[in-house]
Design a protein around this ligand. Structure first.
Ligand code: EPZ
Length: 421
């Protein structure tokens, strides 16, 4: 099993290209099921989760060709011969549930395994199911699978989400594009990945308004065409790499990054003492002084501070001057990086959804274990400024969401290597 060894090695200098967004690509790929015409995605990230979604779509009968070293995904769903998403694939990746809405909208029936929980929480899918029922689907939960049917097709409806859900918004949005009549979705997620999905669906012929706001209106159409669409830049990879020079020192330019993707995150970094310069090529980032100031962080749905950057921000605040309080409001168990950072000398007190971090001068390298995708990269960030060597195990978590992390950071001067010892 691969490990990553990172050693504190002083300031970073250089540039890091930011890839296409994993969480956009994982909803754009199932959109191919909505049309019999080819859908091609460019700027696709090269990640294991994308391979898993490719495997799932292939099991349904879709063709997915990975071209140009994985940066182009040429997909065709002309012949869907299987409408069952098996547990053995779905359990590997929760985003598999996003084939449910498109399959139901396309052919009026689908069987999808319930994804089950994961390390950061129970992560139910009840909101996905409630939204699809509002569109006229009949759902029968048995043997760990959702058996969904829509006799006569889905029908437009008005549905208000009781709480903001990215995935449920995506499932409902895709399903509504082929429903008969008008659908109004309220209290929807506003993430850039939602906007990116809507823009791709509009290129395919869907009639959608309001994406990016809390209310989206969709006029159903009879069929969708093919399209070619670039995957939006990954704001979570962007935020992650913006932290690298802040933690290790130096200055790094994150190519392809824009402030609008990470507005709340930038505001919080500037409050802590970080200079962020918008350049023609991206965002140039460096620490303003010798030490970061402590700041308080509360995670919220977009445009608030992203939960997917909470672990990385905690890694920074472990050596801030003062006491920081981090509130995790989206997931019930997303502080598993805290005990690992504590092994490196951090002072973190976790009480339920609140973590209180008392800054120390410097962390010390240690053997640590990745528990989930974002926790794993927070340990690497911490290791870059720690005294001595940090060995991060279970980095398969990392490879789900970060392509070639050791190359990207190594190119800027980080002392980082992967071993399979
Ligand atoms: C998406 O997950 C992302 N994944 C997550 O990124 C991200 O953390 C999350 O949105 C929040 O921004 C992908 O896009 C593939 P939610 P999703 O539905 O859609 C509860 C990463 O690191 N909920 O917005 O599953 C849920 O338990 C991953 O890249 C229900 O109760 O998140 C959570 O507490 C991690 N019922 C809250 O809502 C439901 O039916 C927000 O979840 C659905 C969700």
């Amino acid at each position: 099993m691969d490990k990553i060894i990172v050693t504190g090695n002083g300031p970073l200098h250089g540039e890091i290209p930011i890839a296409g967004a994993k969480n956009a690509c994982l909803t754009l790929m199932p959109a191919t099921l909505l049309s019999e015409e080819p859908l091609t995605l460019t700027n696709a990230p090269r990640l294991s989760d994308i391979k898993t979604m490719t495997e799932l779509l292939g099991s349904l009968g879709a063709e997915v060709s990975s071209l140009q070293d994985g940066q182009v995904l040429a997909m065709s769903s002309h012949d869907i011969h299987n409408h069952t998403a098996d547990y053995d694939i779905v359990r590997k990746m929760r985003a598999s549930i996003l084939v449910l809405g498109p399959m139901l909208a396309r052919d009026g029936h689908a069987v999808v395994s319930l994804p089950g929980g994961c390390a950061i929480g129970a992560r139910p899918v009840d909101l996905h199911l409630k939204a699809l029922e509002a569109l006229g689907a009949t759902l029968d939960l048995r043997d760990g699978y959702v058996h969904a049917t829509a006799k006569g097709g889905l029908k437009g409806a008005e549905f208000e989400f009781p709480l903001v859900s990215v995935g449920a918004t995506e499932n409902a949005l895709m399903a509504a594009t082929l429903a008969k009549g008008t659908t109004v979705l309220k209290n929807v997620a506003r993430e850039p990945e939602i906007v990116d999905l809507a823009e791709c669906l509009i290129k395919m012929g869907a009639q959608i308004e309001g994406q990016g706001s809390s209310e989206i209106t969709i006029q159903g159409v009879d069929r969708l065409n093919g399209a070619t669409h670039p995957v939006v830049t990954d704001r979570i990879e962007l935020g992650t790499y913006m932290l690298a020079p802040v933690i290790a020192g130096g200055e790094v330019e994150c190519l392809g990054g824009t402030r609008q993707l990470v507005g709340a995150f930038c505001d919080k970094l500037e409050e802590a003492g970080v200079d962020i310069e918008e350049t023609k090529r991206g965002l140039k980032v460096k620490r303003s002084g010798d030490r970061i100031k402590a700041v308080n962080v509360t995670t919220e749905p977009f445009p608030g501070f992203p939960t997917d950057l909470q672990a990385q921000m905690m890694a920074l605040l472990c050596t801030a001057d003062g006491v920081s309080v981090l509130e995790e409001t989206i997931f019930e168990n997303r502080f598993m990086h805290a005990p690992e950072l504590t092994r490196m000398g951090a002072e973190i007190d976790v009480q339920g959804g609140t973590a209180t971090v008392t800054g120390v001068e410097r962390l010390r390298g240690a053997p640590v274990m990745a528990t989930d995708l974002r926790a794993s990269v927070s340990l690497i960030l911490a290791g870059m400024a720690a005294e001595g060597e940090t060995v991060v195990s279970r980095v398969y978590h990392l490879d789900r969401g970060y392509e070639r992390v050791e190359e990207k950071l190594g190119a800027c001067g980080a002392k980082i290597e992967r071993t399979n010892a």
